[in-house]
Design a protein around this ligand. Structure first.
Ligand code: HEM
Length: 337
């Protein structure tokens, strides 16, 4: 769906936005539990931004002059967040499995069947290890949240099975690291393609990130399931049908976004009404992590461009579809200034 009026209605009206959201699938049975877990993870990330910033600075310092993207974006974001996802005293084997999940087809589904089979094996081991860890932590005294797993344990219903806790943790791992790193990669790619002079980028990091999410929103579709027979936009729908809004189409709506096909970060400094902008969804189920996600992405972009110039080679701004719109492979040269 690309009509702004209908899209707004779909994402906001109680008809399609009551009860549980689809984000945690059927892992959390009530909306109260969904909201509590989402907010607990978001609050934890917020308090750990300074630690993320420091870890990211170390990761950027270790980058070679030439790096392969978008994989490097995932590495950077993951290194920044690794201790926030699972704190350092978590068994090394469990942390290693999470490291492997990053590029092992667990975060992004591989297009190749044999890789998907391997990823399923890895996913199974990770779920088992995290559920054992959840069980151990439940036996210990409750304390402050040291990582996302603690945040889930503290906010989820007490009787949620350890295995389900692990599944919820994995949903959060993927939903945090994948869109933040993909948007970071889009931001680098698009800014480099549109600013080729030797001078520093003329835009603040926030404008670049916001415009990257407009021009190439990572989340391709935001869906709502029809609960009862209804008519919408003049068409009949049955229970179980899924209606989806396309952020990409809304963000490229010529009537509401001037020069919609042009990557133009400066538009975020202009006053006046903007077009429909839904990279984080909208309405009651809108992304609870939106503002902290913006912080994580701008911090990463700022660290990458501090005292350095970025240029890209082998770039193609058309998206590849991997459970979302991610950049195709490209190389980044990062040269000190
Ligand atoms: C660039 C980064 C991100 C993007 C593009 C993104 C996008 C989205 C979108 C499109 C939705 C669905 C909204 C809807 O259905 O209307 C969503 C939901 C959600 N996101 Fe994010 N997200 C990002 C980062 C994060 C982060 C860092 C967190 C950390 C807590 C997070 C937690 C959630 C949660 C818990 C939900 C479910 C909300 C609910 O159903 O109540 N997201 N996100």
């Amino acid at each position: 769906m690309s009509d702004p009026g209908l899209a707004g209605e779909l994402l906001r009206s109680p008809e399609f936005n009551s009860g549980t959201s689809g984000f945690f699938r059927d892992l959390l049975a009530t909306r109260t539990a969904q909201v509590a877990v989402g907010q607990a993870a978001r609050n934890l990330l917020r308090t750990r931004v300074p630690e993320y910033r420091d870890a990211l600075a170390d990761a950027v310092a270790d980058l070679p002059v030439a790096s392969r993207w978008p994989a490097t974006a995932s590495d950077l974001v993951y290194r920044g967040l690794a201790n926030v996802l699972l704190h350092p005293r978590t068994p090394a084997g469990t942390r290693r499995l999470l490291d492997q999940a990053l590029h092992g087809g667990v975060m992004f589904r591989s297009p190749h069947v044999w890789q998907r089979v391997r990823a399923e094996g890895l996913r199974g081991k990770l779920i088992t290890a995290v559920s054992e860890e959840a069980g151990c932590r439940r036996e210990g005294p409750a304390g402050e949240s040291r990582d996302v797993l603690d945040a889930v344990l503290g906010a989820c219903p007490d009787d949620l099975a350890d295995r389900t806790v692990a599944e919820v943790f994995l949903v959060l791992f993927r939903s945090i690291v994948a869109p933040v790193s993909s948007t970071l990669a889009w931001s680098v790619l698009l800014a480099c393609l549109h600013h080729t002079s030797d001078a520093p980028w003329p835009w603040p990091a926030t404008w670049i990130v916001r415009e990257a999410m407009r021009h190439r929103p990572m989340v391709w579709m935001v869906g709502r399931t029809v609960a009862r027979s209804t008519e919408f936009g003049g068409l009949p729908f049955q229970p179980g049908d899924i209606l989806s809004v396309s952020p990409f189409l809304l963000h490229h709506d010529q009537d509401h976004w001037p020069d919609s096909d042009v990557f133009r970060p400066e538009r975020w400094a202009e006053s006046g009404e903007r077009g429909p902008y839904v990279p984080f969804g909208a309405g009651p189920y809108t992304c609870v992590g939106a503002s902290v996600a913006l912080t994580l992405m701008t911090e990463a972009l700022t660290a990458l461009t501090k005292d350095a110039r970025l240029t890209v080679t082998g770039a193609d701004a058309r998206p590849a579809m991997v459970e979302g719109a991610v950049p195709r492979p490209f190389a980044v040269l990062r040269t000190p200034t």
